[in-house]
Design a protein around this ligand. Structure first.
Ligand code: HEM
Length: 425
């Protein structure tokens, strides 16, 4: 549904500018972009994510003005910011809570895409850009967490960077060389912290660039919608982005803002680990090294595989497999609404990811380890076996002929009510 421009410059200045830098045209066309009129609140998460990205960049740039990327001063510089800098606590808590809620929103956004088949043609590139954004978000959050230089920061960096040493079992010495190159020395130290800081500052801007591509790729076919059907009649089935969806997005953003404010002002450390308030100590390993909640499913997969290299491959594989979903799903229909069997498998996947999250927080032994293995198996089976096979054999439910069909009855009902208003009592 790549859309022809409808903008008409009205003043002499906008006419002059339009032939030189058509930026007003760009914004006007963006605002007028037709969206399917049946989009639900799950489609507001893209806007919420854009807001999260801006909040992280705004607070992060100011935090960086006070942060000292040196192993001797990093932890204290954060504490000084919290205690001595005006509203430093607000900036830091907003950035900390913001990271968690960013992931919460992105996971909803991804599962929305999975449920409604938004990755299917012609939106494959849009989806793949999304997966790339997710991977860079994970790297950025991991690096940001390390900057605090608390116990969990230090040991998380140590554990995760050490994973690359598993390559020693492929080519002798390769892993060790790689890890030392990443560290910039023979242990996690000042050089490591400096490069983590530098990259943590850079990557959010890379994400901004990717989000621009993501939205560009979205505007070629236009948004999918709960029916998964293509728009057939633009006049009947779509509404302009502004004011209809800007208002809807703002309402959702207000609700999201309330949750955000609740965490920042009432329980800012709830989503984090208290052990990160202990300064990094390379001579003392914490009893349990656990990442932030949003990494737990991946951590469970890493530890579920008995070999180190196997665990690393599975953990990265859990992300890489997402790139191939557009081709792994062989179903003719997009939306799970019309897929009676896949519906249950979709919810099994949601349960599976939550269960892996819980198991990632537990020590990898006994039943926890056994279940981690079962749920890791299901995670991959879902994408590599169930999606391709089920799509070929499942008979979809009868579908409406068009998007307009889904709200025709509702509108007729409303018109009926308007003609015969309910008498006041
Ligand atoms: C910084 C992170 C991200 C931002 C700011 C972002 C932004 C957006 C926006 C504004 C939209 C249009 C509104 C909507 O449909 O909600 C959208 C749509 C979409 N995004 Fe993202 N996105 C992000 C991450 C991701 C990720 C990680 C994925 C998938 C792995 C993804 C996949 C999609 C898909 C498939 C659509 C089209 C949905 C549809 O039309 O049904 N996005 N995104």
């Amino acid at each position: 549904m790549a859309h022809a421009s409808t903008y008409q410059p009205k003043t002499a200045f906008t006419r002059w500018l339009d032939s030189r830098l058509p930026i007003v045209r760009f914004v006007a066309d963006f605002m007028a972009f037709p969206n399917p009129r049946n989009l639900g609140y799950l489609w507001t998460f893209g806007g919420i994510l854009s807001f999260c990205l801006l909040v992280q960049i705004f607070t992060g740039v100011i935090l960086a003005m006070h942060y000292v990327p040196s192993t001797a001063l990093a932890f204290d510089s954060v504490e000084k910011l919290m205690r001595d800098v005006n509203y430093g606590w607000l900036l830091r808590y907003t950035h900390m809570v913001g990271a968690s809620l960013f992931f919460f929103a992105v996971y909803i956004h991804i599962f929305r895409g999975l449920y409604f088949g938004s990755y299917k043609a012609p939106r494959e590139v849009l989806w793949m850009i999304g997966v790339t954004i997710l991977i860079i978000m994970i790297a950025t959050a991991f690096m940001g967490y390390s900057l605090v230089w608390g116990q969990m920061s230090f040991w998380a960096v140590t554990v995760i960077t050490n994973l690359f040493s598993s390559l020693d079992s492929v080519v002798s010495g390769l892993g060790t060389t790689l890890v030392q190159w990443i560290w910039g020395g023979f242990s996690v130290d000042n050089a490591t912290l400096n490069r983590l800081f530098s990259l943590h500052y850079l990557l959010p801007f890379v994400i901004v660039g990717l989000v621009a591509l993501h939205i560009w790729a979205l505007h070629m076919p236009g948004s999918n919608n709960p029916t998964g059907l293509d728009v057939r009649n633009e006049a009947k089935e779509t509404l302009p982005f502004h004011p209809y969806f800007t208002v809807k997005d703002l309402l959702a953003l207000a609700a999201f803002g309330l949750v955000f404010a609740y965490f920042v002002f009432y329980t800012p450390n709830y989503l984090g680990d208290s052990i990160n308030y202990v300064p990094a100590n390379p001579l003392q390993t914490p009893p349990h090294i656990v990442p932030e909640w949003y990494f737990l499913p991946f951590y469970a997969i890493l530890r579920a595989i008995p070999s180190k290299l196997g665990g690393v491959i599975a953990m990265f594989g859990a992300l890489v497999v997402l790139f191939f979903i557009p081709w792994l799903d062989t179903s003719r229909v997009r939306s799970t609404k019309y897929r009676p069997i896949y519906f249950w498998f979709f919810w099994a996947l949601v349960f599976d990811c939550i269960a892996l999250g819980y198991l990632g927080s537990q020590p990898p032994e006994g039943n926890a380890l056994l279940f981690s293995r079962i749920f890791t198996f299901y995670y991959f089976a879902h994408f590599l076996l169930i999606m391709p096979i089920l799509g070929l054999i499942e008979t979809p439910r009868p579908m409406p002929a068009s998007i307009a069909d889904t709200f025709k009855h509702k509108e007729e009902g409303e018109a009926g009510r308007r003609m015969h208003p309910v008498p006041a009592e």
